[in-house]
Write a protein that binds this ligand. Structure first.
Ligand SMILES: [Zn+2]
Length: 425
């Protein structure tokens, strides 16, 4: 029955793909999984809501710390030309770093209306140097694929499993896995990603889409990298590696700026103006499908990476999107960037332990709002790269020698562990 359902969806998408150039099926894969597993849909929506709430209540803050994400690229090829050269893979990592650091040359094309909100995400990517067994690696795996249907499908996730003719993920909590393969439907679908999810109750391990082995990004091979020589014909408009920039955005919790619906559907981010449709892989600078409900009237933000314009006119993330991505890294994908795991669900001390002052330049004090809370172990301070900077039994801590940046404090109490963030200025 499930197979039949998947087949029907595949056939529907195939037709829509031909006419509407269905660039990214992240939302369709989400819908299919939500229909099959309602708790999955609830968990993803809870993540979106929590990220959106956090961003709207905290506003924009320049973060002060660069997160670095280890990447493994799994090239799964069916023909020799799909076995992309290392240089193509390096070019894709370079594109990601330019786009996520706002160091891309085409920032000059960001329209004046969006310049005030265009932002550096302070997220960087590097090919992993250590494999899951601790051995040196290039961060690239190469596999001759043998998919049972003759190709790879987003709805089967067969590229992600040795047993289905693909390549098993490296531990998805520690690596961003990117699979590059021949995605079924060719031009119709260029990529997809799984959004992060929190703890899903009542899950059926190994079957449900919450299966952590599926976490990551899948990209159609001709559009991977910059100036991939296989991005010809209609694919020439998507040859700058921005499909991967877009899919990694989904992986870090972003949604399409048009909210996958009309003007009433939102992406949960205040500084991306509403839009009623995607940018159709062209550069229509006059496109304005919705009237703003407040503030100045803005055109559709087609230069946003989370729209579907041509690669040549994508050039920005907004501050709101950056806030969401960093929140997701800090709360749903901590181990990826070496942060301590949040233990929010295992403590009853939340909200009863705080840091003051924050930001600080010289010392930080841990305050307890309940006489029932007792600090029961040494306090640990670490940086955004996961390195432990100091440990101390004291609740007033001299941090004057720490470099400027963002830090994490792990406080162990009689009611569980608390992770708090502070900024050293
Ligand atoms: Zn998308």
């Amino acid at each position: 029955m499930q197979r039949l359902f998947a087949l029907l969806l595949v056939i529907c998408l195939c037709f829509s793909g031909v006419s509407a150039q269905h660039r990214c099926v992240t939302h369709d894969v989400y819908l299919q999984n939500s229909l099959q597993y309602p708790t999955y849909g609830q968990a993803v929506q809870a993540m979106y809501q929590s990220a959106s709430d956090w961003a709207s209540s905290n506003g924009w803050q320049k973060s002060g710390g660069v997160y670095q994400i280890p990447v493994v690229v799994h090239v799964v090829y069916l023909t020799p030309d799909q076995n992309l050269h290392d240089s193509i893979i390096y070019s894709q990592i370079a594109v990601l770093n330019e786009d996520y650091r706002r160091m891309n040359a085409d920032t000059l094309q960001t329209r004046a209306a969006f310049l005030p909100v265009a932002a550096d995400a302070e997220i960087e990517f590097f090919l992993a140097t250590t494999d899951p067994d601790g051995n040196p690696t290039t961060g690239i795996t190469r596999t001759s694929g043998t998919p049972s249907w003759g190709t790879f499908s987003p709805f089967d996730d067969n590229v992600k499993f040795d047993s289905l003719g693909g390549k098993n993920a490296w531990p998805t909590n520690r690596y961003l896995n990117i699979w590059v393969c021949d995605l079924v439907f060719g031009f119709g679908i260029l990529g997809y990603a799984y959004p992060p999810i929190g703890t899903v109750p009542n899950w059926d391990p190994g079957v449900a889409p919450a299966d952590s082995r599926k976490q990551g990004v899948v990209i159609h091979y001709p559009v991977f990298g910059r100036n991939n020589p296989l991005a010809t014909g209609p694919l020439a408009s998507v040859n700058r590696g921005r499909t991967t920039t877009h899919e990694v955005g989904h992986y870090l919790g972003l949604r399409h700026i048009w909210g996958d619906g009309d003007c009433t559907m939102d992406d949960g981010i205040a500084d991306t103006p509403p839009a009623a449709s995607d940018a159709q892989q062209i550069c229509d600078w006059l496109k304005n499908t919705c009237t703003e409900t407040s503030g100045p009237e803005l055109p559709d933000n087609i230069e946003n990476y989370m729209d579907y314009a041509s690669d040549s006119c994508m050039n920005m993330f907004t501050q709101g999107q950056v806030s969401i991505m960093r929140y997701v890294l800090e709360n749903f994908r901590q181990e990826l960037v070496g942060l301590p795991l949040s233990v929010h669900n295992q403590t009853t001390a939340n909200g009863l332990v705080g840091l003051f002052p924050n930001p600080t330049s010289d010392q930080i004090q841990i305050y307890l709002l309940s006489a029932d809370i007792i600090i029961s172990d040494e306090i640990i301070i670490g940086d955004v790269h996961g390195k432990i900077c100091l440990t101390t039994p004291l609740s007033t801590i001299d941090v004057s020698n720490l470099p400027v940046g963002v830090y994490w404090v792990r406080i162990t109490t009689n009611r569980g562990e608390i992770i708090q963030k502070f900024i050293k200025k």
